[in-house]
Design a protein around this ligand. Structure first.
Ligand code: ZN
Ligand code: ZN
Length: 466
């Protein structure tokens, strides 16, 4: 038996007889409980009444426990166990069982009662045990197939509450909760703010769990996320773009994101230059992650940025209160800078990145992205004559930084410049106190071996007499 534990309470989740995916098979039947033997029960656990000849024992059909007549008096039809007739259910199982039974009804008000009741049970830790044990989670998921937005709002709110419990993730996913949420979001979408918020917040939770992300995508999680990036509600947008970043963390998803009809790159660029700094931050992060993949996708971002009147340049020039905006922007620029065909389009941003070096001194992450961007630009000849003007700043803020990644990116950058203009660079490095460059050069892993190997052709170790 697979018990789980939530807030110290041991729970035995209901098992479905057959496919666990109740979104696909809504008329599920639960595995019947095994009955506690009569002899094991001396008294009723609910009211402590001792069993005698007159105080008879009764079994609750839902939990299989032995109860007294008073505590097991109610009779309820149990379609969830494949029983259409009303059967004895004990007081401790009654409320959830009634709600699960009602979820099978064709009467609209019953469906609303059921969804509302189950959702409120999902919000309270002390009620969770019965909800999970008696099929309440499955009933909630099957209710997602209605078109009644009132019912759907309760369903998605209940599923959102359940998704906050890590131990339930696998059960929820297997039972079809992600498909249910996607269905609700595609039916109701942005027209209901609370539904959109609850839905996207659950999807965000599923996409943040490494081994559930693939399931979330195969269950249709991408489309509602892309749709909700266009929401008019800032909180929905922030959560949707954040979830998009989690999805895009795997570059295999990039073709679907870039090729989607939802015009996601123009939307992210628009959000990058909006007035809300939190929205800007998440949008730039998503673009930075989307720029880690194929060259044609980087090119798309650059092209769309030109259409957006170079909004990225304006972000880079700005001085936002939120320093993460510039970090994400510099990370994006550094990733885009590797693309040969975009060098001319990116030059304006390269100029600003050079000028930003002194003000980035206190922000290690920013300095790291900026030096990486410049090192990437330095691979291309057309940028060298401009970059060499900033050698002094690169030495002062990059090479002499105490942070290793900043030092290494600066070394990479200076090395490209040294190869391109050996005489000028050598004198600059010496006059500007960049001599540590030469010391560090000698310490680079494998560099001296490579130099020795390359020299060996012209200066062999062994030779015949002349
Ligand atoms: Zn009792
Ligand atoms: Zn019971």
């Amino acid at each position: 038996m697979d018990y789980i534990r939530i807030e110290g309470v041991l729970i035995l989740p209901a098992r479905v007889d057959g496919s666990p995916d109740v979104f696909q098979c809504p008329c599920f039947t639960l595995v019947k409980p095994s009955w506690v033997p009569d002899d094991n029960a001396r008294h009723c656990e609910l009211c402590s009444t001792k069993f005698t000849q007159l105080k008879r024992r009764h079994h609750c059909r839902m939990c299989g426990a032995v109860r007294c007549g008073k505590c097991c008096n109610e009779k309820i039809p149990l379609p969830q166990l494949g029983i259409e007739d009303a059967e004895r259910v004990c007081d401790s199982c009654r409320t959830v069982t009634e709600l699960v039974t009602k979820s099978r009804s064709s009467i609209e008000t019953y469906l609303t009662d059921s969804a509302k009741g189950l959702a409120s049970f999902a919000k309270h830790d002390k009620h969770l045990k019965k909800l999970i044990e008696l099929g309440g989670m499955q009933a909630l998921i099957t209710l997602a197939s209605t078109d009644n937005s009132n019912v759907l709002s309760h369903v998605v709110s209940g599923l959102q509450s359940l998704s906050t419990h890590t131990v339930l993730h696998r059960y929820l996913a297997d039972a079809g909760a992600i498909k249910a949420i996607c269905k609700i979001l595609s039916t109701v979408g942005d027209s209901n703010e609370q539904i959109a918020l609850d839905g996207i917040s659950s999807l965000k939770t599923f996409c943040s769990v490494a081994n559930l992300k693939a399931k979330a995508l195969s269950d249709g999680g991408m489309q509602p996320v892309l749709n909700l990036c266009w929401s008019r509600n800032d909180s929905v947008v922030i959560m949707s773009v954040h979830t998009l970043s989690q999805i895009a963390d795997n570059t295999n998803t990039h073709p679907a994101i870039f090729d989607s009809k939802m015009n996601i790159v123009p939307r992210l660029l628009q959000l990058s230059s909006c007035s809300d700094e939190q929205v800007q931050e998440v949008a730039l992060k998503a673009l930075a992650i989307l720029s880690t993949g194929l060259p044609q996708h980087k090119h798309r971002i650059v092209q769309e940025n030109i259409n957006a009147e170079n909004c990225l340049l304006r972000v880079l020039e700005s001085n936002p209160n939120n320093p993460q905006i510039l970090c994400n922007m510099a990370c994006l620029l550094a990733n885009l800078a590797t693309n040969s065909e975009d060098q001319a389009s990116l030059q304006g941003m390269m100029f600003v990145a050079c000028q930003k070096l002194p003000s980035a001194e206190a922000n290690t992450e920013l300095l790291c992205h900026l030096t990486r961007a410049l090192a990437n630009f330095a691979i291309y000849k057309i940028n060298l004559s401009y970059l060499i003007n900033y050698v002094v700043d690169i030495i002062r803020y990059g090479l002499k930084s105490s942070t290793v990644p900043v030092q290494s990116q600066s070394m990479r950058l200076l090395l490209s410049l040294l190869v391109a203009s050996p005489a000028r660079m050598a004198s600059l490095l010496i006059s500007e106190g960049g001599t540590t460059f030469f010391t560090q050069l000698g310490q680079l892993n494998g560099l001296m071996d490579a130099v020795q190997t390359s020299l060996a052709n012209d200066a062999p170790a062994i030779a015949k007499p002349l």
